[in-house]
Design a protein around this ligand. Sequence first.
Ligand SMILES: Nc1ncnc2c1ncn2[C@@H]1O[C@H](COP(=O)(O)OP(=O)(O)OP(=O)(O)O)[C@@H](O)[C@H]1O
Ligand SMILES: [Mg+2]
Length: 489
Amino acid sequence: MQLPDRNELEKIGIVASDSSETRAKLLLEEKQELRVRSEEIVVIDTPNGYVLGVLRSGSGVNEALKANAYRPSVAYAKKGGVPSGAREIYTFEIMVIGVITENGIEQNRLIIPPRSNVYLFRKGASNPLEYVARNRPVIWKACLDGHEDWKIPFDSSFLTYHIGVFGATGSGKSWLTRHVIIPVLLEAGFKVLVLDWNGEDYAPYFKDKAIPISRLKLDEKAIVSYIMEKAEYFGYSSSYRDSNPVKEALEDYVSKRWEEVSQKKPEEIFLDMRSYLDNSIKQIVTREDQRKNALRKMEYGFKKLKPTDLDAVRGSLSIEELVEELSREEAGIRVIDMSLVGSEEKLSFFNSLARFLEEGMELGESLNIALVIDEGPQYAPWEPKGIQGESTEHIKNLCALGRKHRLCIVIISQGIAGDIGINAAVRRNLNTQFFGALHPLDMQEADNWLKPYGIQREYLLSLKPGQFYFVGKANPSPIPLLISFKPEG
Ligand SMILES: Nc1ncnc2c1ncn2[C@@H]1O[C@H](COP(=O)(O)OP(=O)(O)OP(=O)(O)O)[C@@H](O)[C@H]1O
Ligand SMILES: [Mg+2]
């Protein structure tokens, strides 16, 4: 298909005054206002060729009905009469995608003449986005909102420029990720690793591909900090939490014995750990009173810690093995179910994972992995504190290295900016975005992205679950498109 077929087109109006090369106003023919909707794709017939565009910002004007002054029509309406509709004008703003050429879409540089004819694609017409996708390595998924048979092209060469999914709670982010983004990534040849923060959005849907975080081997640092927390820091407070003889003994235990004992029953580990700690405290602490104090603290901690708590850190599957397993599979996907452990453990696992991936990339490996991070602000908030500082840094590194080493990062977040959003330095790395129904607090930020394309705030507040504006590098159309999808199965 070189150019749209005339038989597939239907005239709906003409271009009105004040057009430019990037936008034009569409004057609708009579009654077309009853069926032509915003977000439709139209064709303008210009001397330069067929120009493709998207309809936005509709408006209806009837000069005779301006309500701020006396006019016969207004007076008539006041009495309950129906004034004439003869002077009514309906318009839409056309946001220009580009000129259709043999090589696909090219930027339109010529002013669109007023009076040019504007056409809509008839029902059953072939997908106009094929012009946009021409000569690009694309994967077809989801659909243009309102056109189930018109799939959306995703440019696979830009997936390693990373992806952000934004929308208020319930806007359909996790569904979009499951039904659209993950399938696109798999089709593009990536192995997918999903971090499911609550174990609710992904793990139940990829049952045999889900791995509880407790099966994974954490590094020593992560194990110690987990046990410390569960043992309520052995009763130590403030600055003593990080430096005390019990913690020292525990670190010693984890580094020397964990490998060996971790496969035993939790009760056995519990007792083994207790006697080891008891012994080493007696050896390390020489002053009688301090020793007694430390032993008392240790007993306190072991009252708080339950043998079953240790189940979360007895994992034996190393990250290396996990990634290897994944890369051997065709369309490999794994979901890490992170429920049942606290945020510290989740983030320490993430940091171990990030360190592993970074090392690989620094050695020049091409990873071919997509990492899907739902609940983005938990990892990289606006103002990261403590362990989040580390995870935020890691995400930035992964993004920067990922472009050259085939690692795609997908971050999902309820908010875009500010204290409900994700860290600005991380956000700058997400070059493809999906915006669903947004929280009003995010309107200012969303305007920065979408207002230049004629997308009104009201649109963004009223999107239904599963409707998203698709913006940025992976979208071959320079103008954002409103997409939706039908969940399969
Ligand atoms: N394409 C769709 N078609 C129909 N319904 C949908 C679609 N996408 C999402 N929904 C509905 O919206 C609900 C919420 O979707 P989802 O769990 O993906 O939201 P979310 O944005 O991830 O929310 P949260 O931020 O709370 O995790 C779904 O349970 C489903 O009912
Ligand atoms: Mg979700």
